[in-house]
Design a protein around this ligand. Structure first.
Ligand code: SER
Length: 313
């Protein structure tokens, strides 16, 4: 990895991944890009930033050539709740954008990291210890785009020789940049509300169990899967990765260990509840552990303590 391009660099993961990659590979070698009008000041100050709309293939190619890019971290995408509101745009960005990135990568010999998601699974998927390879059939537009992306990435590797890799992220919990309209966003909002108001109204039912991960582990997964020895990878794209399996009630209980007066109430959003109900409770990430040594550093208790400490500062 000499020169890296990140798309979606102003998003929740992109903001932090840009900084982590710059620390690891040098600020000049990591080119951030995004669509937002006011890119994160930190990202701009610390290195190159370009406006890239991933539905514009020529623009991606121009920046790849200009900076002699050999690795693309392609993060630009609509999350699940927003995708459900704007299904056409979700297809255009999540599938069209990825297709453009893969084509540019094929033409310019770049490796590509693309995140898939727990959203790539559906109601017929085994919910507990969800295997790496299993029935998917998602029912949300987000899921449809993610499965398509997984298959496209596999095809570009198997048939066209592009070094594609990726993970299926669970809900990502972080405090630096806000999430962009996902079903798992409650797991961040709950911390902010707990500190500010000592109470939170959750849009998912108390016992809705989903996989989650703290941002430092999400960054570690993205970096390690790209650095893995190719010959050790039997799967390449869409590795199941998880760190904890939580419900709103469990998260509230953990927060109460730090803020005893914290209260949670529930007002269910039917759209996000239906999406969450169609996703697994707990992924089996054995393949990631065996093939490239994946192991998370944060569990529910250490993540909660760290979130509250950082957010209160
Ligand atoms: N956090 C994402 C969402 O809720 C899942 O990949 O959309």
């Amino acid at each position: 990895m000499k020169n890296i391009l990140i798309t979606g660099a102003t998003g929740q993961i992109g903001t932090e991944l840009t900084m982590a990659l710059r620390e690891r590979y040098g600020a000049d070698n990591v080119i951030a890009s995004g669509l937002t009008n006011i890119p994160d000041a930190v990202i701009r100050a610390a290195g190159h930033f370009h406006f890239i709309d991933c539905t514009n293939k020529a623009r991606i190619a121009e920046i790849v050539k200009r900076h002699d890019i050999d690795t693309i971290y392609h993060l630009a995408a609509l999350l699940s709740a927003v995708a459900e509101d704007h299904p056409n745009l979700a297809w255009e960005v999540n599938v069209g954008g990825l297709y453009n990135v893969l084509e540019v990568a094929r033409e310019n010999n770049c490796a590509v990291f693309t995140p898939s998601s727990i959203g790539a699974f559906g109601p017929e998927t085994p919910t507990v210890n969800t295997p790496q390879v299993t029935i998917q059939r998602p029912t949300s537009m987000y899921g449809v785009t993610k499965v398509t992306g997984e298959l496209l990435c596999d095809y570009y590797h198997a048939k066209l020789g592009v070094d594609t890799r990726g993970v299926r992220y669970p809900g990502i919990i972080s405090y630096k940049a806000p999430p962009g309209g996902g079903t798992t966003d409650y797991a961040i909002a709950i911390f902010i509300a707990a500190l500010k108001e000592k109470k939170y109204t959750c849009y998912l039912k108390a016992d809705t169990k989903l996989d989650m991960m703290y941002m430092p582990d999400a960054l570690k997964a993205a970096i390690e899967v790209m650095e893995a020895e190719p010959k050790s990878l039997k799967h390449r794209n869409a590795f199941n990765v998880t760190a904890m399996s939580v419900t709103p009630a469990l998260l509230a209980e953990e927060i109460r260990k730090h803020i005893p007066e914290f209260e949670i109430t529930y007002e269910i959003d039917p759209v996000r509840q239906e999406i969450a109900d169609s996703w697994p409770d707990k992924l089996d990430d054995t393949c990631a552990r065996d093939e490239w040594g994946w192991t998370p550093s944060y569990d529910l208790s250490s993540m909660t303590a760290d979130m509250l400490k950082n957010l209160s500062e």
